[in-house]
Design a protein around this ligand. Sequence first.
Ligand SMILES: CC(C)[C@H](C(=O)O)[C@@H](O)C(=O)O
Ligand code: SF4
Length: 467
Amino acid sequence: MRTIFEKIWAEHQVADLGGGTELLLVDRVLLHERTGGVALESLAAAGRKVMAPGQVFATMDHVVDTLPGRGDRTIMPTGTAFITATRAAARAAGITLFDLGDPRQGIVHVISPEQGIVLPGLTLVCPDSHTCSQGALGALAWGIGSTEAEHALATGTLRVRRPRTMRVTVNGRLAQGVTSKDLALHILARHGAGGARGHVVEYAGEAVRALSVEGRLTLCNLATEFAAFTAIIAPDDVVFDYLQGRPYAPKGARWDQAVAAWRQMYSDDGAVFDRTITLDAGAVAPMITWGNSPQHAVPLDQPVPAFQDVADHNTREAYDRALSYMAVTPGAPLVGLPIDAAFIGSCTNSRLEDLRRAAALLRGRKVAAGVRAICVPGSSRVKAEAEAEGLDRVFLDAGFEWREAGCSMCFFAGGESFGHRQRVVTSTNRNFESRQGPETRSHLASPETVAASAVAGRLADPRLLEV
Ligand SMILES: CC(C)[C@H](C(=O)O)[C@@H](O)C(=O)O
Ligand code: SF4
């Protein structure tokens, strides 16, 4: 009786190195220009080669501009150097690069499923903390550091400390208008941002099985905010249907063999987890964050909590600091708080389904005067597909900017930002201090909540808008 994690782990185990650390085979390495180029360059400088270039994929997402007409020049002063260095190193190493202008370019965690690079039962690593997203396809995918990336590139293996196991079972169905982003924030609010430390989290249960691949990617994306080693969901027909025909997915007879093997990738009845949590999907409401940690989340219709309501996961000092940084008051409603900006994008919520749901609320409506609203598709392919069905017009007509694919203002690294103390409602995953610009105040929410708030000019409940 084994969990899905134990099955994948056993298939990839090379050696027990003692002290809880094991050597694992790595099937895929993904890189981006912010951290991946550094790993490639450092490897080359040491005179070492990429062992299996066919299993390594790089993209440009973090420092590239997302303004129309972009090129190698970037708003971020040091951005160009990251781009050109990654391009040169990728060419020299013979790996696949989804460069600027390539229709396959986009945020690494968006393009990997989209291209069929991540597959059930594989091990996949990337020097980026949100690699956990890709567990949504039934792979063991986790974020690593740059030095580990070098090791994985050179040897096709990695030393890993075996994580403990945790199952989060979500029974019942999410209510109409409640998304997997809300579910992820609900879990974080309830169990804390450190709640899964040292564990690989398997999301299971009826509500999880009912999610699309896009919805599962959003749920797994926030596992790093839960301090998990990574997240995983047992693959099923929803995943197989999604993957069939993708460029790097197996074809013909190999496809049938692969699916037969993937059907064994689930946790056996009676498999034992180190921890289990059970939740009722019916208790999840649309959520919004009020503070500077993703655990600082409450249902949209609830006020900013009093300290005694969040004391289990917060110190008084952190709580007070978050209140003052965000300029919010305990007991005061969050809905109605005036906003400066609205952002739809990031590896959390920038896939076609996210854009469709936001567009459904924006059709025939206008962004409130004085609000800067931006939509950044997660990949060039998402952008092309959205444009093919006219979603770009819906965003533009409503008053949103319509951008090229990339991380964009999910994260301010010296490039574009929302500006000093701006209040932003955002479909991203991190509301840390200055995450989206100097002293910006970020409220995390679903794309629907971002769209409804952009129209209202204030934090607003999307369920109150008629579609
Ligand atoms: C730049 C990169 C290393 C970082 C990460 O690891 O997550 C970024 O993607 C982020 O979201 O903060
Ligand atoms: S979109 Fe944001 S969270 Fe995702 S990889 Fe890029 S910077 Fe990190």
